[in-house]
Structures are given as C-alpha cells and as structure tokens.
Design a protein around this ligand. Structure first.
Ligand code: AP5
Length: 194
C-alpha cells in the first residue's frame, strides 16, 4: 500500500506514521527526518537545507525530490511505503505521481490527512521545543510553518480529493484513539469499502 500523510506541523504525522508503518510492515519515509540527519552530519544537502528549515520555510523541491527518489529505489519500498512530509506542494505531488509511473509502480492509494486545529498544534510544538530543543519549535518559526502549510501544502487536500484518495481523520485526542481511526480508514480502503 502507498500512503502519504498530510497535516499541519505537529499534527502527528511522525507519531502516527511510525505506528502505521509497524502495523502494515511498510517503511516510513520522512523527508523531515532525512533533512535533519543531513543537517546534523553536515553534508552538502544539510548545508543547503538548513536556513530554510530554521526559518520554517520549505526546502527547495529538487533537494527533497532527490531524497525521496533515492529512498523509493530501495528494495523495502517496492511493496509500499508511508510518506511523511512529502509531497508538500502540488509540484512535489506531480513529481511523485510521475516517479511512480516511471518506475512501473502503482500510484498513491491513500492521502491521509490529520486534522488538528492551530491552538493544539502550537501547544504541542512549544512543549516539544522545551523538551527536545528542535530548532524550528519556536513560536515565531511555528507560526511561519503554519502559514507555509496553509499556502503550500493545504491545497494538496483538493489535489487528492479530486483523485478520490483523500481521507481526513480528526488528529486531536489520545494517540491510540487517533491511530484506531486511521487503521479503520486504511482497512476500509484495503477491503474496497472506501
Ligand atoms: P517535518 O519534520 O516534516 O516537520 P513538520 O511537518 O513541521 O512536522 P512535525 O515533525 O513538527 O510534526 P508531525 O506532524 O510529524 O507531528 P509529530 O508526530 O512529530 O519537516 C521539517 C522541515 O523540513 C520543514 O519545515 C521544511 O523546512 C523541511 N521539509 C520537510 N519535508 C519537506 C518537503 N517535502 N519539501 C520541502 N521542505 C521539507 O508530533 C508533534 C508533537 O506532538 C510531538 O511532541 C508528539 O509527541 C506530539 N503528539 C503527537 N500526537 C499527539 C496527540 N494525539 N496528542 C498529544 N500530543 C501529540
């Protein structure tokens, strides 16, 4: 199964993506994690990406596409994947569609949207900023990330709705409760009921 996770910063894509990956036996591919690892190890990619990440902006499309293309070429992604944080704009979504087609792989089946309001997002990310010190979990940067999400990524809900692939799940509440809603939605698609 090929699933992409959509949602504002802090909506729970990483948390739920890990649980879903374990439940489905699929790799979770997070562009945010890959970029943070590149920044930490000081690679050329990390150096190019850092300023945009620290500001809460999107990293250039060609840099993230390269990450995704390389990762999708690995054998464990051939039977499916959970993409967390990619695509993040319609250019990336079109590139992903073309990439899968070029590789002879089936298209994305589910675009799973975690719906969480801004107040909850800000409180989650400020709490994580205090606990873990992620450089983009500062109030001014969080506000920028939300703005960028609304202008660049939110239009993808229409993109995938038009393809009848969008499933929106309430992302507030207990982690396990959110996961059960996600699991139900994926089971319905697997069994052809949705
Ligand atoms: P990325 O790492 O993807 O950041 P993000 O989208 O801002 O998402 P987060 O990781 O902050 O949140 P999440 O939705 O994964 O939620 P999480 O589970 O962590 O990207 C970082 C940056 O990289 C971007 O800003 C951009 O610069 C760049 N980038 C990445 N991909 C890119 C792309 N494709 N194109 C261009 N640039 C790209 O949860 C958040 C917190 O909430 C955690 O503390 C968690 O424990 C808590 N939490 C989760 N669920 C719940 C719950 N149900 N109740 C209470 N707390 C919860």
């Amino acid at each position: 199964m090929r699933i992409i996770l959509l949602g504002a910063p802090g909506s729970g894509k990483g948390t739920q993506g890990e649980k879903l990956a374990a439940a489905l036996g699929l790799p979770r591919i997070s562009t945010g994690d890959a970029l943070r690892a590149a920044v930490k190890s000081g690679t050329d990619l990390g150096r190019k990406a850092r300023a945009a990440m620290d500001a809460g902006d999107l990293v250039a499309d060609d840099l993230v596409v390269e990450i995704v293309e390389e990762r999708l070429a690995q054998p464990d992604a051939s039977d499916g994947f959970i993409l967390d944080g990619f695509p993040r704009n319609t250019t990336q979504a079109r590139i992903l569609d073309a990439l899968l087609l070029k590789k002879g792989l089936p298209p994305v089946e589910i675009a799973l949207h975690l719906d969480v309001d801004d107040e909850e997002i800000i409180s989650r990310l400020l709490a994580r900023g205090l606990e873990q010190g992620r450089t983009d979990d500062r109030k001014d940067v969080i506000r920028c990330r939300i703005r960028v999400y609304n202008s660049e990524t939110h239009p993808l809900l229409d993109y995938y709705a038009a393809q009848r692939k969008l499933i929106s799940v309430p992302g507030a509440g207990e982690v396990e409760e959110v996961f059960q809603s996600i699991r139900l939605a994926t089971l319905m698609v697997e069994s052809g009921l949705a």
